[in-house]
Each structure stands twice: as C-alpha cells, then as structure tokens.
Design a protein around this ligand. Structure first.
Ligand SMILES: Nc1ncnc2c1ncn2[C@@H]1O[C@H](COP(=O)(O)OP(=O)(O)O)[C@@H](O)[C@H]1O
Ligand SMILES: [Mg+2]
Length: 401
C-alpha cells in the first residue's frame, strides 16, 4: 500500500487529528495559519485551536496577485506561473510557523489549504450561456505537500460546485457543525473582503440553515485606500473615514445593484464590487469631486448598511438572536458602530472568541473542519441542496511523495 494512503487511513481512524487550516482571502493581507486539534466528526466535532498566526504578505506577493486578481482578461502565463509559486510560498510559510511553534511536520496529519482566489464567477454573475458556476483558487497543493512533507487537502470549492453549489460560502458546513446551538438563535457574520453570514436558528434544523454572501465588507474600502494612500493597505481603525462625511447621493447610488435584490443564499466577489463599481456610482450621482475622507466615510457606511440589511432580513422571524462576528472588519470600529446603530434588535456584537474560536482564525479553522470531514466524516451529516449546501465532502488530496 502507498505509504500516504496508509497514513491517511490511520489519521482518519484516530481519536483526534492535528490539522493545519490555511486561509488566504480576497483582502490579500496575509496567510492565516491555524493549528487545530480536531476530534470526532459531524455534529460531534470538537476543535481546539492550538496555535494561530497570520503571516503577512509582502508587496511582491500583493502586486503579483493583484496583476491577475478578479480580472476578466489577464496574462495566462502569469496565472500558470503563480499557481506553483503560491503553493510553494504557502508551504514555506507553514514551515516557518511550525519552526516557530516547535512542532515537527511529522506530527501533523494533514494541511487544509484554501488557496488564493483569483476569480469567482457564479452563473448569476457571468450570465454566459453553456456555463454554470465557476471559481478559481491557485496555490497548487502538490507544491505545498512537497515543500512541507505533509499530506495536503485543497481546492475545496470545485467539489462544492460539482455537487451543485456556487463554490461559496463554504463557512456553513463548519459553522453548523461547530456553532449551531439549541439554546439560542445565532447569526455568524464574517467580514473579510466580502462579508457573509450564516443563519443558525436554535431549531438546528438543517433545512433552514444557510450561508450567504452579503456584498462588500472591506474590499472597496481597501482598494480605495491602496489606490490613494501610498503605503497603506486599509483604513486602520477607521482613521480616514472618521474624518469624512457620508454623502447620501453617492451612498444611494452604491446601493443600487441587482445583487442586493436577490434572495439569500447568493455569492459574489471583488469581480463586481471594486473601484470601477465605485466610479460608476460616482458618475451616476455626480459626486466625482468628493474628498478621499468623504468617499471612505461613505464606503464604510455602504458596507454597514448592506450588512445590517442582510442581518435584519434573515432575523425578521427569529425573535431574539445573538450575533457573532469574525474577520478583519471587526477591527474597523466605525463599521461596527454603524452596524450596531442600524440593527436595533442587537445590543451587542459578540465576536467568535466567546464561542471558543479567535475571530481572525475562524475561516482557517473552518477549512481544517472541511478536511476533517473529508477524512473522517460522512457526507450525509449535513447539507441542504435547496439552500445551496450540497451534501458532500470536499478537498483534493496531494501526497508529499
Ligand atoms: N485595525 C483595522 N482597522 C480597519 N480595518 C482592519 C483592521 N485590521 C484589519 N482590517 C481589515 O480586515 C481586512 C482583512 O480581513 P480578513 O478577514 O483577513 O479578510 P480576507 O478573508 O478577505 O483576507 C483588511 O484588509 C482590512 O480591511
Ligand atoms: Mg485575510
């Protein structure tokens, strides 16, 4: 038997497994690396986050990815070269974390790698006849496996699409398995480049659980800051937005998009919500002369309004519920203040730390959970195709040798 087939077999039967979850989101801020000890599977899954860090990307990485990221037309040679380059780089980053944590590669059962999304195009977005949903993550898993010597599961989104989903959001699987509670209605809000939410009513009835993208979290704000403030990646602590005033005309124009009228669940990305989107809204509202401060104040409010609207829509019939937030957006205080003021049924926004998972680590942990399900779970554990959640396990397996 192949050594690694045997190893995977042994891992799958263990009481607990060490899995490294890797997440690299559309914000291009860094690689989230979460070392998880996971026991059981399905609704019995238990996770202990043993270590977590975000390895920041340097400008070289950001510029190389940005050259192809979310671009309809791009340099195919560059994409082809980036795929192994990102895989090897992510592998080197894992090695660096393991050395820092004093953990040997041989102790790790598997790596669960999301990869770097460079294009996401659900059918409702591209509208091209003959084609269904599509999404592309690069950072080839064979390169990760060879670089680290650790079996690597990756490219989770393809199976989701093959099984009938849009390839996103995948958070619903882990959110349901880890955070669903018969004690309270919960909404989990993740604010990365794109914001998404997971709806977990206390009935724990899988037929009503869903995850949906909401629209831009940080992505347009980040892109604007990067374009106009040299050396800055985002509006740290809302410093710029706080100096500006919200422009109601621009805000109204930003909110006009069919995506916001579609019922949840739905998915989107920076392919739609980008600087060109902002420019069109500025033209339509005749607000091309606004200051950078006013534009950021308005973009911040725009994200908050669509996020609050989505929360209000999905909790209408719930009565009381608790909101648990995660992702980089929780560090943007103005965004958080706006959301609180716009969703009157919420008096406090918890972060997922209350539920035992550090909010910046949550997405990476969720991919570790998907890998755990692939190794030890049963696809029939959870799913609801009508809500965009096919009953399936995900992840392609790469061996180091
Ligand atoms: N102190 C902060 N102030 C404002 N925004 C922040 C702060 N820290 C992080 N962010 C935002 O969070 C983003 C990263 O969030 P993350 O959840 O990693 O997104 P992604 O999953 O898209 O990578 C940053 O690009 C930035 O917009
Ligand atoms: Mg990130």
């Amino acid at each position: 038997m192949h050594k690694y087939i045997e190893q995977i077999f042994i891992s799958s039967k263990k009481e607990s497994r060490l899995i490294i979850g890797l997440m690299s989101g559309t914000s291009l801020d860094g690689l989230d690396v979460a070392l998880c000890k996971i026991s059981n599977s399905g609704i019995k899954t238990k996770v202990e986050l043993l270590n977590f860090t975000t390895v920041d990307y340097d400008d070289n990485y950001k510029n190389k990815i940005k050259a192809v990221f979310a671009q309809q037309k791009t340099d195919l040679e560059q994409v082809t070269l980036l795929n192994p380059w990102v895989g090897t780089l992510h592998g080197a980053m894992v090695n660096q974390c393991l050395a820092k944590w004093k953990v040997a590669a041989g102790e790790i059962d598997v790596i669960a790698s999301h990869g770097q999304t460079i294009y996401h195009c659900p059918a409702h977005q591209h509208g091209i006849e003959d084609f269904g949903n599509g999404t592309l993550q690069i950072g080839d898993s064979c390169h990760l496996a060879v670089k680290t010597g650790i079996i690597t599961l990756a490219d989770f989104r393809q199976k989701h699409i093959a099984a009938g989903g849009e390839g996103a959001p995948l958070a619903v699987y882990g959110d349901y398995l880890l955070f669903s509670s018969p004690q309270e209605n919960r909404v989990l809000l993740n604010m990365g480049g794109i914001a998404n939410l997971t709806y977990l009513p206390k009935s724990t009835d899988p037929s009503v659980v869903f995850s949906s993208d909401i629209g831009p979290g940080n992505t347009i704000m980040d892109a604007y800051v990067q374009q106009h403030f040299s050396g800055l990646h985002y509006d740290k602590d809302s410093e710029i937005a706080r100096k500006g005033e919200i422009n109601q005309n621009l805000l109204n124009a930003l909110k006009i998009n069919n995506f916001f009228l579609m019922a949840m669940p739905k998915t989107t990305g920076p392919e739609v919500f980008n600087l060109a989107y902002l420019q069109r809204a500025q033209c339509a509202s005749n607000t091309q002369d606004l200051s950078h401060n006013d534009i950021l104040a308005t973009l911040n409010r725009f994200s908050a309004e669509i996020i609050a609207l989505a929360i209000n829509q999905c909790t209408e019939k719930l009565g009381q519920f608790s909101l648990y937030a995660s992702g980089g957006g929780i560090h943007n205080p103005l965004l958080m203040e706006h959301i609180l003021s716009l969703a009157p049924q919420i008096t406090i926004i918890h972060n997922t730390q209350v539920l035992g998972i550090e909010p910046d680590a949550k997405e990476a942990v969720l991919f570790a959970i998907l890998a755990n399900e692939c190794l030890a779970g049963h696809a029939e554990n959870f799913g609801n195709p009508a809500q965009g959640i096919p009953k399936t396990t995900m992840g392609k397996i790469s061996f180091p040798i």
